[in-house]
Design a protein around this ligand. Structure first.
Ligand SMILES: Cc1cc2nc3c(=O)[nH]c(=O)nc-3n(C[C@H](O)[C@H](O)[C@H](O)COP(=O)(O)OP(=O)(O)OC[C@H]3O[C@@H](n4cnc5c(N)ncnc54)[C@H](O)[C@@H]3O)c2cc1C
Length: 415
């Protein structure tokens, strides 16, 4: 892989850009691999990259039924933060946030990480108490976050209305080192770096069946033929239940659509991320000037990747009280993604009832921020055959043993 650098740009500029290489290889699948990863979203690609980089396991294929990054990884609102309530979550999300800080250098790919600050508004008394509790928990876990007053909020976000009649802003939880990154670039950067280390990324290759020999899986049936593997890792977000059923076990996961929209581009007016959980809305401004607006998840299970008018109306109506200036903006486009929700709103990184099958799912509405840490921890689990400290609490057993990691306050809608 030729490195990207200022010198490379200058070199290509003088020779009419004839020297740029394809960012990743597009090989035909081999007959057999040490590890097959299903799903080329951020989590699958990061797992492949860290398997190759940290554990030297390079006979790896990532199989993707569409195009890489075309699932939730390319559909989210890119909020990155680590101020979760429970210790286990704080650990993996903070690991992830830390990796994001230097990911562009690590991957030699500009993922446009922008630690612009994330503000989570408290608009009811219970929410204020919940954020105060989270701020204390964060301090104990060594995570930088702080409570801020309405006056300070007005300084951070001048366009906000803190005295709305229905939902006045009572305070907020502020994580100055949180922010955003370019979602496609995260997928593309991991794909390029993994491909360079020998990982085969095979797009337009849907897994349609699983081949089992007694207690173990021996391979996957795909639209490009049969592929054998020693280990199988399923990382397919909203399709996790479908894949688990193919293998022969059930998951405590529900699939629902989560939606977002962007406005027409406008001049810079907001340089941080604001999340308003009470009204189910969150907003940031992209580098192109669009206001990126996310809403709540559908209240019923489904596998659709489209938006719906009533959700857009609900989200925008609620946000207008807090940001009156957006009432005059036109919507540019809307979309949806299929998110995988667990009962405790925490992910699953786990071995499964089938001995050489591993699963990473359940990130629900908030897994973009977790991609580096999750890939790191999943690679450890696949390499060793069992999760290490970062992921061990997120096993499937917790649902049977009642060992929930309850993040419903921190993550129900909050990304
Ligand atoms: C509207 C919206 C807003 C969001 N906002 C945020 C946010 O601000 N911050 C945040 O942290 N998170 C956010 N999220 C959540 C985040 O996007 C996801 O948790 C994360 O992207 C999941 O990544 P993934 O790699 O697990 O899944 P995906 O990116 O969905 O990748 C899974 C891949 O598996 C493939 N696949 C499925 N079935 C098969 C098969 N049979 N064979 C082969 N391939 C298959 C799919 O095509 C897909 O590409 C949001 C999600 C949505 C939808």
């Amino acid at each position: 892989m030729k490195r990207y650098s200022a010198f490379a740009i200058a070199r290509e500029a003088v020779r009419h850009h004839i020297g740029w290489e394809r960012a990743w290889r597009s090989p035909e699948p081999k007959a057999t691999y040490d590890v097959v990863i299903v799903g080329a979203g951020g989590h699958g690609l990061a797992t492949a990259y860290y398997l190759a980089k940290n554990h030297g396991i390079r006979r790896v294929a990532v199989l993707e039924k569409g195009w890489l990054g075309g699932g939730n990884t390319g559909r989210n609102t890119t909020i990155i933060r680590s101020n979760y309530l429970q210790d286990e979550s704080a650990a993996i999300f903070e690991k992830s946030r830390g990796l994001y800080e230097t990911l562009s250098q690590d991957l030699n790919y500009n993922i446009m990480f922008s630690p612009r600050g994330v503000l989570m508004l408290a608009q009811t008394e219970p929410e204020l108490r919940a954020w105060q509790r989270t701020a204390h928990a964060n301090r104990l876990a060594g995570i930088e976050s702080e409570m801020v007053t309405p006056d300070r909020i007005k300084q951070i976000v001048p366009i906000i209305n803190v005295t709305g009649p229905r939902y006045p802003v009572l305070g907020g939880l502020w994580q100055a080192r949180g922010g955003t990154a370019r979602h496609d670039a995260v997928a593309w950067g991991y794909a390029r770096a993994a491909s360079d280390l020998g990982v085969d990324i095979i797009q337009q290759c849907e897994v349609t069946g699983i081949k089992r020999d007694g207690a173990a899986v021996t391979g996957v049936e795909t639209t490009k033929g049969m592929i054998s593997c020693k280990k199988l890792c399923i990382v397919v977000a909203g399709s996790s239940g479908v894949l688990a059923e193919m293998v022969g076990f059930r998951l405590p996961v529900e699939s629902v659509a989560l939606q977002a929209l962007v406005s027409e581009p406008i001049k810079p007016c907001m340089d941080c991320v604001v999340m308003a959980n009470t009204v189910h809305g969150y907003m940031s401004q992209s580098d192109k000037g669009e206001l990126v607006i996310g809403g709540g998840a559908d209240g019923f299970n489904n596998y659709t990747q489209r938006g719906s008018f009533q959700h857009i109306e609900e989200t925008v109506r609620a946000l207008i009280e807090t940001f009156p200036m957006i009432s005059r903006l036109k919507m540019l486009r809307q979309w949806g993604g299929i998110v995988d929700m667990t009962g405790d709103r925490s992910p699953i990184i786990s071995s499964t009832p089938v001995k050489n099958v591993f699963i990473n799912c359940g990130w629900g509405t908030g897994g973009f921020k977790a991609i580096p840490g999750s890939g790191w921890a999943t690679a450890e689990m696949v390499a060793d055959g069992a999760p290490r400290a970062l992921a061990s609490s997120f096993s499937l057993d917790r649902f049977r043993e009642g060992r929930m990691i309850d993040e419903s306050v921190a993550a129900a809608v909050a990304h």
